[in-house]
Design a protein around this ligand. Structure first.
Ligand code: ATP
Ligand code: ZN
Length: 222
């Protein structure tokens, strides 16, 4: 069954961009998964590790609650949960993983000139990162601006008139460009992170074995 005692639990994205890179990392680490990715969990054959297959957004909370010992999640999701005060320092970052790199950016319609944060005064900013957006606005002295939470299709919000700007993940900028938007500010540089809380002595040893394998993969990439 799932609750095999002593096994380290690692929460990863079940399906998506982060999942592709995560499964690739595990494979390069010489780890094979015993179950299909369609299940709720998989077992690592070479180490006593159970992999929880979940939505990326749920990973920080699963680790904070102790339901999972470790997680692999984008810095964007991790920092949003932290900025929102939902982790209460129970989930320290363990290791930067160097993949799934992207930027969280504020973007404006191309025809708007941008010369600095004050140009955002009074704007409504469509985002699924309200805590990071509001914190950046406050830190940069922007007045009267507010984030409008949207869970997708941010890039059409300005054209729909529901927002003046967006704050969203950008990798190539192609999606922004296709929607008549241009980056004004980068508020976070993100990469995948291995996160985890306090572990028992036994689980810490398993985590150490996993980290050594990850470091081996990283060295071979440099
Ligand atoms: P889920 O169903 O798990 O909630 P999702 O739709 O929120 O998935 P994905 O689009 O798969 O998420 O992205 C997951 C993570 O991958 C993002 O939070 C970010 O850290 C990273 N990411 C997103 N877009 C890119 C990109 N274009 N290039 C590289 N990494 C990205
Ligand atoms: Zn998600």
């Amino acid at each position: 069954g799932f609750d095999a005692s002593g096994h380290l639990r690692l929460a990863v994205q079940k399906k998506g961009r982060l999942a592709d890179d995560t499964f690739d990392l595990l494979k390069r680490c010489g780890l094979t998964l015993s179950q299909s990715k369609n299940r709720l969990y998989a077992r690592v054959q070479e180490l006593p590790i159970d992999i929880l297959l979940v939505r990326d957004d749920d990973i920080p909370a699963l680790v904070a609650s102790g339901a999972s010992d470790l997680g692999i999640v984008g810095g964007n999701v991790f920092e949003e949960e932290r900025a929102g005060g939902r982790l209460q320092d129970r989930v320290p970052m363990v290791q930067k993983l160097g993949f799934s790199r992207c930027r969280l950016c504020i973007a404006l319609p191309k025809e708007k000139n941008y010369s600095g944060p004050r140009d955002l005064d009074g704007m409504r900013i469509a985002t699924s990162y309200p805590a990071l957006t509001d914190k950046w606005l406050a830190d940069n002295g922007v007045e009267g601006a507010e984030s409008v939470v949207m869970n997708g299709a941010h890039e059409i919000a300005p054209r729909l008139g529901v927002a003046d700007a967006v704050c969203d993940i950008v990798s190539t900028g192609g999606t922004l460009d296709a929607n008549g938007l241009a980056v004004a500010e980068t508020i976070l540089n993100s990469e995948a992170l291995l996160i985890g809380g306090k572990l028992s002595e036994e689980k810490a040893k398993i985590a150490e074995a996993l980290k050594l394998r990850i470091e081996g993969v990283q060295r071979s990439r440099d």
